[in-house]
Design a protein around this ligand. Structure first.
Ligand SMILES: Nc1ncnc2c1ncn2[C@@H]1O[C@H](COP(=O)(O)OP(=O)(O)O)[C@@H](O)[C@H]1O
Ligand SMILES: [Mg+2]
Length: 295
């Protein structure tokens, strides 16, 4: 029997409840705790990381990380540093803090994917409005996204050059970095592949006719999708490049070509669980126990 920690914003949340159930069903001990309960004690003989008086370096055989949420700079560094410190104490962290740092950042992720031969949409990332506008063609539309966004929030579509110039200048003035991407005409449908280790354990189409954002959080409906070899190859490769053991890979298909638009390092699976009989939480826990726990 091993003890698997789950660090989360809400220990009663759906995914944490699913993981807890799976951990217990597989005969192990679960230790869910809140990010806000974390503290590090640093003294003469090094450091220890605790939650609720429990020495996590001693207690945990592995730690599963749920979404960190919207954070201040200090909170983001503290939470990520704490994950790094736990990993340095020998606790396998899933996903690893390094992978989370890459995946959370759409700029770095897309560059790495593209360098490794994964098809991605043409994208310009800059603080310079002139450089951006010069390089983009607005006829088909340009998608503007927050670097660190999720759930489709904060991204929008630009179709007019003058309007684009004005809006981008304002974003620049507010100190945003501009992440600008060619619009792929997908017809209100994309693919989410849920990767665990070397496998896509489930896939779905997300459909929202008349909308270009197909996040479940924006109202898209999940439809079952057969996991093909092609989807597995693309999604597992993308997850690996970013360093994720568990990932939700978003794929847009246009004229038979598949483009990866992002890799989510802390994917939810409530939507995809509705269209598959596979027990996703169990797949995650089985993978952690078999592949990540060494002690
Ligand atoms: N370049 C694009 N062309 C067309 N649709 C896009 C593009 N990028 C994103 N989308 C749509 O917007 C959704 C959200 O974008 P995504 O990059 O996955 O960011 P988020 O982190 O908000 O999920 C996608 O699921 C897709 O439906
Ligand atoms: Mg997405």
């Amino acid at each position: 029997m091993v003890t698997i920690g789950i660090v989360t914003r809400n220990i009663h949340g759906w995914a944490t409840t699913q993981l807890t159930r799976a951990i217990i069903e597989l005969g192990h001990e679960t230790f869910p705790f809140n990010f806000r309960s974390l503290y590090t004690e640093i003294g003469e003989s090094g450091y220890k990381v605790f939650s609720n008086n429990v020495d996590l370096g001693e207690k945990l055989s592995a730690l599963i990380v749920r979404p960190l949420g919207r954070l201040s700079f200090e909170q983001a560094f503290f939470r990520m540093d704490t994950l790094h410190l736990l990993e340095n104490l020998g606790v396998p962290v899933i996903n690893s803090p390094k992978a989370i740092e890459i995946a959370i950042n759409k700029h770095r992720t897309l560059a790495l994917l593209s360098k490794s031969g994964i098809k991605v949409p043409y994208t310009v990332v800059t603080e310079n409005v002139n450089e951006a506008v010069k390089r983009l063609s607005f006829e088909k539309g340009i998608v503007v996204k927050p670097l660190f966004g999720s759930k489709g929030l904060g991204s929008f579509l630009l179709k007019d050059r003058d309007f684009a110039w004005r809006v981008l200048a304002d974003l620049r003035y507010l100190r945003h970095v501009l992440y600008l991407q060619e619009f792929l005409k997908h017809g209100g449908r994309d693919i989410r592949a849920f990767v665990v280790g070397e496998n896509v354990v489930a896939a779905m189409c997300r459909e929202l006719p008349g909308s270009w954002k197909t996040n479940i959080a924006r109202g898209a409906k999940p439809k079952p999708l057969k996991v093909t070899e092609e989807i597995t190859e693309i999604a597992v490769k993308a997850a690996k490049i970013v360093g994720c053991d568990v990932a939700g890979v978003d794929i847009v298909e246009v004229e038979g070509e598949k483009y990866v638009i992002e890799v989510n390092s802390q994917p939810g699976w409530k939507g995809i669980q509705r269209v598959t009989k596979i027990d996703i939480a169990k797949k995650i826990v089985e993978y952690v126990v078999k592949e990540k726990i060494k002690r």
